[in-house]
Design a binder for this molecule. Structure first.
Ligand code: IPD
Ligand code: CA
Ligand code: CA
Length: 269
């Protein structure tokens, strides 16, 4: 593995330690205790343990760094310079239903700029990672976005809407409009981080989704950018970490996809 950055090293170590348990738990998925966290969202014991292991590893190396993690929330919030963003299991519903499409996602930002990202699919043993200026990798190989130029021939992914979404109809409407412009049916795999990783390595030509959380996509944004792709948000919000509505593509189909989305502009935030 060509990881020679201190931040990526920590991510890698933390992730591999947590993944051992996660793989075991996936095999025993029926036995996991699941408690309801809200509509369409569940937290499992595997989720919290994965998170705990990752947080411990990060804080061992950098005790004063900030952390934003899906289940634990904010840690060391007064540190405004260094922050780690963690989604311990992205694709929880897949995990809990024994569908092998989920990942650990860890991003690291400095002064609100994402610098490093790592997404690990423990079942396929696929490790996606990137650091600003150094390209994006899948295991030992450099990855690049696809070269597809036309939306019509593109393979797109999306996700949502959440069960409690207030813009469900608009999201479905947008889906219908985009689907009229592509020949291959749109994919919906249930793990936003892996959807972004798929754009980065050229499996998908583009991915868009509304109502995401920062931990779903923090690592993915740098991996897609470093793979030569384009990451864009539909929100007017200035702070990138508060943006929820994402479009990530190989850059060549970006305008075409965005034009359709903008024509059906459903949310003015
Ligand atoms: C979810 C997944 C899913 C996306 C949802 C996310 P979780 O994350 O990324 O693909 O459609 O919006 O909340 O809850 O499995 O960590
Ligand atoms: Ca997630
Ligand atoms: Ca999660």
């Amino acid at each position: 593995m060509r990881i020679n950055s201190p931040k990526l090293n920590i991510m890698y170590k933390a992730c591999m330690k947590a993944a051992k348990f996660l793989i075991r738990d996936f095999g025993e998925v029926e036995n996991l205790q699941v408690s309801s966290k809200g509509p369409g969202d569940f937290v499992s014991s595997a989720d919290t343990r994965t998170e705990k292991i990752i947080i411990e590893e990060i804080l061992r190396a950098y005790p004063d760094h900030g952390i934003l993690s899906e289940e634990a929330g904010n840690i060391n919030q007064k540190n405004k310079t260094n922050r780690w963003i963690i989604d311990p299991i992205d694709g929880t519903s897949n995990f809990l239903n024994a569908i092998p499409q989920f990942a650990i996602s860890i991003g690291y930002e400095e002064n609100n700029q994402i610098k490093n990202g790592l997404i690990y699919d423990p079942i396929k043993n696929e490790l996606f990672f990137a650091e600003t200026g150094n390209g994006a990798f899948l295991n030992n190989s450099r990855i690049r976005v696809s070269k597809k130029k036309n939306l019509r021939n593109s393979l797109l992914g999306t996700g949502g809407p959440r069960s409690g979404s207030k813009i469900k109809n608009e999201i479905f409407h947008e889906f219908v409009e985009i689907s009229k412009n592509v020949e291959i049916p749109i994919r919906k795999y249930g793990s936003a981080s892996l959807d972004m990783a798929s754009v980065a390595c050229g499996r998908f030509d583009g991915f868009w989704q509304r109502e995401l959380n920062y931990w779903d996509i923090a690592a993915g944004t740098i991996i897609v950018k470093e793979a030569g792709g384009y990451v864009d948000f539909l929100d007017r919000e200035v702070d990138e970490s508060k943006k929820r509505n994402l479009v990530a593509t190989n850059s060549l189909i970006h305008k075409e996809l965005l034009d359709i989305i903008n024509k059906k502009n459903i949310e003015k935030n």
